[in-house]
Design a protein around this ligand. Structure first.
Ligand SMILES: Nc1ncnc2c1ncn2[C@@H]1O[C@H](COP(=O)(O)OP(=O)(O)OP(=O)(O)O)[C@@H](O)[C@H]1O
Ligand SMILES: [Mg+2]
Length: 450
């Protein structure tokens, strides 16, 4: 087995298909060197319902990717779907002083302790913390500290965001990965990883909605100030559309899926009422002729219903006022006309995100690319905080992308930006000098989404 330390692997266990990406981190750049994509079995609406079936599909997808990359992999970053996800602020405080009460240098261990203190909360027995992301640390009253290690103090606080979800989802996901012979190096709330690739920096900062149009579910995620603020999950997705086509046209699921991909539009007014194609109908000898328009009416009806449910949930939290509008991705975002339909219903600017990586230029791959990128971008402090969750989160080799390369913990600037690709981080410390329209809009939502 090859040394995996510069290799990152993303695993997306989707209802329709399992996607794996192997990427190599060279000279500050992520190169995708292998991918796998196999049909999934054993999931329902994004949730694992049959471990054995999922394990078999995961193994297949991993094998494909390994063969393409010509390496064996062991550690993967896996996504957790947003089913029943809850997002909460968390806050912890600890004393860090020496026994005699004098101030002491803050260590990694103290960071873990303060995180633990922030996570002390009575969760219902069926729920657990999936992820915790630090916002800032406060040492003896001085706030805005991104990394407190090496600083001196007697009291430390941590402010962060805690993501909780059903224990069973977390457990089953880990179980499947482990049973497939892999080690879970990181567990990520799927929409967090997705939004980091589907939304650009400005959209993540000023606020936008990203919608993942998957096969088994549709997930809307609201991001603002570079944080996931809200998710809404609708338990219908592209596979419902396929089933509708199959039922209405009286044809097999396989045929329906093929018709959707080859002739379907999300908006029937964009489809031709003259172009028709033959459909093999159950119980009939001769194929029937169906127009693109008719097929698209079936697709549109279901999509419209999904979008309307999303719209009413998103309206309730005023998310459509965020300047970034809506970005669609996920398998169904490949349907022509999907942005037009969404625009009509959401009444804001809508665009489609398609990954630009060679061989991966389909929106089904956005999630798994997001997982790999997320894995490379986490800062050391993010990882230390996350270790508190205790779930096999092995420390990765420090990436050259982290600021100045190989800075020792002691030499760190105390308020360094968390990630190297957030130029806006700088802007935040200069709030008072900002007067523009963008600034006002951005801060209008600060309280609301906090
Ligand atoms: N070119 C295409 N045109 C239309 N629909 C497509 C196309 N490609 C994929 N789809 C649809 O996208 C859906 C699968 O999307 P995706 O791979 O994002 O889902 P998933 O991740 O497996 O499922 P989920 O995220 O819901 O658990 C399927 O319903 C499939 O029919
Ligand atoms: Mg998916």
């Amino acid at each position: 087995m090859m040394n995996n330390s510069d290799i990152f692997v993303g695993l997306d266990i989707g209802t329709t298909s399992i996607k794996v990406i192997i990427a190599e981190f060279v000279k500050n750049q992520l190169n995708i060197i292998g991918y796998g994509n196999t049909g999934a079995a054993g999931l329902n609406r994004g949730v694992i319902v049959d471990i054995d079936q999922v394990v078999a599909s995961v193994k297949d997808a991993v094998k494909q990717a390994e063969q393409r990359a010509n390496i064996d992999i062991s550690d993967v970053t896996v996504g957790i779907p947003a089913n029943m996800l809850q997002i909460e602020q968390c806050h912890g405080m600890i004393a860090v002083s020496e026994e005699d009460g004098s101030a002491k240098e803050i260590t990694e261990d103290d960071v873990r302790k303060v995180t633990q203190a922030a996570l002390v909360k009575n969760l219902p027995p069926e729920r657990t913390v999936i992820d915790v992301i630090p916002d800032e640390f406060t040492v003896d009253g001085f706030d805005g500290i991104k990394d407190p290690r090496g600083m001196v103090g007697v009291r430390m606080e941590m402010q962060g965001v805690m993501y909780t979800g059903p224990k069973t989802i977390l457990h089953n996901t880990k179980k499947c990965v482990e049973r497939a012979g892999l080690n879970v190096s990181d567990i990520v709330v799927a929409p967090i990883a997705l939004s980091q690739v589907a939304l650009n920096d400005g959209e993540q900062d000023f606020g936008a909605i990203v919608v993942d149009l998957g096969g088994g579910k549709t997930t809307a995620a609201v991001v603002h100030d570079h944080k996931l603020k809200y998710t809404y999950l609708d338990q219908e997705g592209g596979d419902y559309v396929t089933r509708d086509i199959s039922v209405v046209l009286n044809t097999s699921i396989e045929n329906a899926e093929m018709l959707k991909r080859n002739y379907g539009y999300a908006m029937s007014s964009l489809a031709s009422d003259e172009e028709s194609f033959p459909v093999q109908v159950v119980g009939r000898q001769e194929p029937e002729k169906v127009t693109e328009e008719y097929l698209s009416e079936i697709i549109e009806a279901r999509l419209r219903q999904i979008f309307e449910k999303l719209a009413s949930a998103l309206e309730q939290i005023n998310a459509f006022q965020l300047p970034g509008g809506v970005v669609l991705t996920g398998g169904m975002a490949a349907l022509p006309g999907v942005a037009e339909l969404a625009e009509e219903i959401f009444q804001v600017q809508v665009k489609v995100y398609i990954p630009q990586e060679i061989n991966l230029r389909i929106p089904s791959f956005t999630q798994v690319i997001g997982l790999v990128e997320y894995a490379t971008k986490q800062s050391e402090i993010d990882l230390i905080v996350k270790q508190t969750l205790g779930s096999a989160r092995s420390r990765r080799k420090k990436m050259p992308s982290q600021q100045n390369g190989n800075s020792q913990p002691e030499q760190k600037p105390v308020t360094k930006p968390k990630k190297n690709n957030h130029p806006n981080e700088q802007k935040k410390s200069q709030k008072s000098s900002e007067e523009g329209f963008g600034y006002k809009l951005k801060h209008m939502f600060d309280n609301f989404f906090d």
